[in-house]
Design a protein around this ligand. Structure first.
Ligand code: ZN
Length: 92
C-alpha cells in the first residue's frame, strides 16, 4: 500500500488515468499519483514498425522462393498483404 509523501498517511485510490494511479491522502487530503508499470504481455505487442519489418520479410521470402533478386509485383503484393494482415488500420 502506498503512503502519503507529505504526512505518511494512508492513501485511497481515486482511480487510474493512463498509466498513472491517482491517490488521495486520508489524513491531509493531498493528491498524489504513481506510475503504474504496464503488465508484461504474453505476446509481443504489434506496432506499425514491426508490421513493416514483417511485411518486408514476407516480400523477401516470396522473392527468394521464386529465385528473384529484386521484388516483383507479386512479392510486393505479398508484402502489402502481410502488412495489412498485421496492421489492419484504415488509412485515409
Ligand atoms: Zn498526507
Amino acid at each position: 500500500m502506498e503512503t502519503c509523501v507529505v504526512c505518511d498517511g494512508e492513501l485511497t485510490e481515486l482511480g487510474t488515468l493512463g498509466n498513472r494511479l491517482h491517490l488521495r491522502c486520508r489524513q491531509c487530503g493531498s493528491d498524489q499519483s504513481v506510475l503504474i508499470e504496464p503488465k508484461p504481455k504474453g505476446r509481443i505487442q504489434m506496432t506499425e514498425a514491426l508490421a513493416r519489418a514483417a511485411s518486408q520479410d514476407a516480400g523477401n521470402r516470396s522473392m527468394k522462393k521464386s529465385n528473384r533478386t529484386s521484388w516483383s509485383r507479386e512479392d510486393y503484393n505479398e508484402a502489402v498483404q502481410e502488412f495489412n494482415r498485421l496492421w489492419p488500420e484504415v488509412t485515409p
